[in-house]
Structures are given as C-alpha cells and as structure tokens.
Design a protein around this ligand. Structure first.
Ligand code: NCD
Length: 312
C-alpha cells in the first residue's frame, strides 16, 4: 500500500518526531480500514498468525476494547491482560512481566501504565513493537491520531484552523499528544484552563495560553474538552467542581455565544456537568461518538503498520 511507505517506526510511543508524512500515512491507512468497518464482514487477513497483547495496568473501557476489536478485525490472536488480574498485584516488576510476555513471542504489545515513560522503558527490553495506549500524564498517541482523523473530516486543511483545548492540561496525556501533532501539522492551538491546570512549560508546545474561557475559545473551529483527572491530582487544583464548571464548563449556550460554529470533542470518559454539560456532549456539534468509531480504524492502522501487516 503506497501510503504506508511513509511510515518507518518500530514502536508508537510519542507523537514527537513523527513527521507530517508519517501522520498522514497512518490516517490514510485508517481511512481504508474505516471502509472495511462499514462492511458486513469486518475482517482483514492482515495480521493472521500474529499475536497482539493488550497489557493494561490502568482502567480503560474505550481504549482497551478499541485495541481488542482492532486486532481481531485484522485476524491477529489478541490476548488481554489487565492489572487486577495480573502478577503485578503479586509483586512482579514491570520488567519481569514484560520479559515473561516476550518469551511467548508476541508481535505487538499495547501498554497502558500509570507511569510516564513505562512504554519507552519496555522498548529497550522487549523485541516486539510497543504501542503506548496512555502512559501516566505523558502521552496517548493513538488518541491524538483518532482525534486528528475526526477533526480532519470536518475542518479539512489544518493551516488556518484553531483548536482550543479546554481543561486539565497538566494531567492530560491526550492534550500533550494532540498539541505535539497539531504543531507538526501546522494548526493553531490554544490551551484554556486555570493556571493550576496548565503545565509550566506549556508554551513550548507552540500554543496560545488562555485563562479566560470566552477569549480562549472565541473563533475556534474545535473545542476539545478534557476531563479533570482527579485520580492524578495530589492536593487541590480547583476551588470546587461547581466553581470549575461555572468558569470553564462547556454547555451549548456558551458554545453558541462564545464560539459559534465550533465542534465539540472529548476523549471520554465524560464527567457530565463537571467539564461538559449533556446538551453539548450530545448535541449536533458533538463529535464524541465519531471519535470512538475512528479509534477502531486508527488502531487497526497502527497495528497493521507495526505488526507488518500484509495488505488490507
Ligand atoms: C483518556 C485517557 O485515558 O487518557 N481516555 C481515553 O483514553 N479515552 C482521557 C481521560 O481519561 O480523561
């Protein structure tokens, strides 16, 4: 397949260092798989005889099931391991777990871990391809890729587009991967949050920084809303949930008033009434379920390209 010739990575850990051509190659392959996913028989022989292990040390609904469906649609043998059922709860180190899995000769290991850097660490100790399915607050590259596919369907060329990312940027691996990728693609990005929820080095991502919601989302083509990652917060980052919603929460009325025509995205899980009101989450501007649908196609593309798939 011509598009995949542009993709030369062995692992997918970060959006950093992926060229525009490589991102577009993945999205092109994902579009082909999206067509396959519309058929009655959603099956490609691409990864027949290959083994994909989903190793999840953190909770997940969407991402884990999305990778599982993706692997199965490519005819791979897919094994799911989650932390609660794994030997980590018996005291095994990540390295021992990984070495034992390597002994079973998988082709791709998809990893979600609470510690940033865990996936990169595994690339140095395993022989197979590693896909980062979210490592701490570091990165979540397949989420960024599915977000890019979804946005591109609606807004087209990136050059003159503005994406406003609203919410808990500090703890968000989704924001980080998106900011890196959108910079590579040449879109304008803004982050909108109280100072306590913005990392100190946020300017390095080439984005505008806003503390005021109205100014932050004015004229945006897309408003990407982030969950308050309370499980990663130690101490108090906001005065109260109510106050947070009053200042930064997105509902349809605000959207129409502050950013007319803007589309709404959210990686899920949504905390309704905390960062996003139901009328905006479920309204005609919402791309939330399209994101989930595109997630399967993007993960098929990534597994196909890394697992040396043989044609769609
Ligand atoms: C995100 C994650 O886990 O980082 N969710 C996801 O993968 N769909 C975002 C979040 O948990 O808020």
């Amino acid at each position: 397949m011509a598009e995949s010739l542009a993709f030369h990575q062995r692992h997918l850990i970060t959006m950093e260092g992926l060229s525009r051509d490589e991102i577009e190659a993945i999205l092109a392959v994902a579009r082909s798989f999206r067509e396959l996913n519309e058929r009655d028989i959603k099956k490609s022989p691409s990864l027949r005889g290959r083994t994909v292990i989903n190793l999840f040390f953190e909770n997940s609904t969407r991402t884990r099931s999305s990778f599982e469906i993706a692997g199965k649609r490519l005819s791979a043998d897919v094994i799911n391991i989650s932390a609660s059922g794994s030997s980590t709860t018996k005291g095994e180190t990540l390295l021992d777990t990984a070495a034992n899995l390597q002994a079973m000769v998988p082709d791709v290991v998809v990893v979600r871990h609470a510690q940033g850097g865990a996936c990169e660490f595994l690339t140095r100790h395993l022989e197979c391809s590693i896909v980062n399915a979210g490592d701490g607050r570091h990165e979540h590259p397949t989420q960024a890729l599915l977000d890019l596919l979804t946005m591109h369907d609606h807004i087209g060329d990136w050059a003159d587009k503005t994406i406003a990312i609203v919410g808990d940027v500090t703890h968000s691996r989704v924001a980080r991967s998106n900011l890196i990728a959108l910079k590579t693609l040449g879109a304008h990005t803004r982050v909108v949050a109280p100072p306590t929820l913005l990392p100190r080095d946020v300017q390095n991502y080439g984005c505008e920084v806003h503390y005021d919601l109205e100014r932050g989302i004015a004229g945006a083509d897309v408003v990407m809303v982030l969950r308050l990652q309370r499980e990663r917060m130690q101490g108090s980052f906001i005065p109260s949930i109510n106050e947070y919603f009053n200042m930064y929460g997105i509902n349809r009325d605000r959207l129409h008033r502050m950013a007319p025509g803007a589309l709404v995205m959210h990686p899920g899980p949504i905390n309704r009434g905390v960062e996003l009101a139901s009328d905006a989450a479920d309204g005609p501007e919402s791309l939330v379920l399209e994101q989930v649908k595109n997630g399967v196609a993007v993960r098929m593309a990534v597994l196909h390209l890394l697992g040396q798939g043989t044609g769609i």
